[in-house]
Design a protein around this ligand. Structure first.
Ligand SMILES: CC(C)(COP(=O)(O)OP(=O)(O)OC[C@H]1O[C@@H](n2cnc3c(N)ncnc32)[C@H](O)[C@@H]1OP(=O)(O)O)[C@@H](O)C(=O)NCCC(=O)NCCS
Length: 267
């Protein structure tokens, strides 16, 4: 598989992830993927395809419609992804106070060795979900960097879990749960999502060892392990240190908190 193809698959796998367990509304030429009851979480209310807009006036009108719809479904801010930089879109987003964050897509080109011995086990029983919830509660660092309560994060992952969707795993050292991550098959890619290592167990090579294990699992299924991370984040440092190869990028734009109409503005 070429890196160009894999880059496209990586972006497509992220789009699919956002759509899992979500309603997908067409709004002003783009797709709004939002999850009922969770839409105030940034991971559960995402605008895809923002790069279809081209003209400045079109962007302004379209963004008005999108911001309105995000407010209607209970979203806290507009989170919009651009696969390519369209200057008219970027100018309007900046004018409106949106800020951007670049994400890099990586693949694991070869097997790696971890210095820590870990095992990975799927989250399947209620007891597994309880262990996962405890881990998130004790280490409330959302893998996407957007603040959220542990319970709601786990609820989001649970609603995305299924035979054609996400498959969450626990990462253990001996019998101790030290981390979690999810995987999702997408074409020739085995997509890794939402890696989290317990705060008490960081910098011992657990993330690296988990990537090594998932890399072997991907290879045994004839797939390549791939993921995205925010540029400059701890995840980014881990993946580079593991020898993962950067092959894709996309950019998240985050709007200012949704402005609710004041009582005087309400009809
Ligand atoms: C990012 C995270 C998964 C790393 O887990 P970890 O088990 O501590 O990572 P490793 O021990 O395998 O780190 C491997 C190397 O990456 C680099 N690294 C990892 N975390 C780092 C940090 N916080 N700052 C700087 N470098 C870091 C180091 O080079 C490290 O090797 P070293 O400890 O020998 O110097 C963990 O910090 C975490 O769960 N963070 C919150 C959630 C998150 O950001 N997830 C990533 C989503 S993309």
């Amino acid at each position: 598989m070429t890196f160009r193809r894999i880059a496209a698959d990586l972006v497509a796998s992220d789009e699919r992830y956002f759509e899992l367990g979500a309603r997908v509304d067409p709004v002003a030429g783009v797709r709004l993927a939002w999850m009922v009851g969770l839409a105030d979480m940034l991971a559960a209310c995402v605008v895809l395809d923002g790069d279809v807009w081209t003209d400045r006036v079109e962007v302004m009108t379209a963004l008005d419609a999108v911001e309105e719809r995000v407010r209607e479904v209970g979203g806290s801010r507009v989170r919009l992804y651009l696969k390519r930089e369209v200057s008219a879109v970027v100018e309007v987003l900046k004018d409106r106070g949106y800020s951007s964050r670049e994400e890099t897509g990586y693949v694991l080109p070869q097997r790696i060795e971890g210095r820590e011995k870990v095992s990975v086990q799927p989250v399947s029983s209620d007891a597994d979900w309880t262990q996962k919830r405890t881990l998130h509660r004790e280490s409330p660092d959302p893998p996407d960097g957007h603040e959220v309560a542990a319970e709601r994060w786990v609820e989001l992952e649970r609603r995305k879990t299924g035979p054609d969707g996400l498959s969450p795993w626990l990462i253990l050292v001996g019998d101790t749960v030290t981390g979690t991550a999810a995987i999702m098959d997408h074409g020739a890619l085995m997509r890794l999502k939402n890696l989290l290592v317990h705060r008490d167990y960081r910098r011992r090579g657990i993330a690296t060892a988990a990537i090594a294990s998932f890399g072997i699992m991907a290879e045994e299924n004839g797939r390549t392990l791939g993921l995205f991370s925010v540029v400059g984040s701890p995840g980014d440092l881990v993946y580079r240190r593991c020898g993962m190869k950067p092959v894709a990028r996309w950019v998240e734009w985050l709007g200012p908190p949704a402005r609710r109409p004041s009582p005087r503005e309400r009809p």
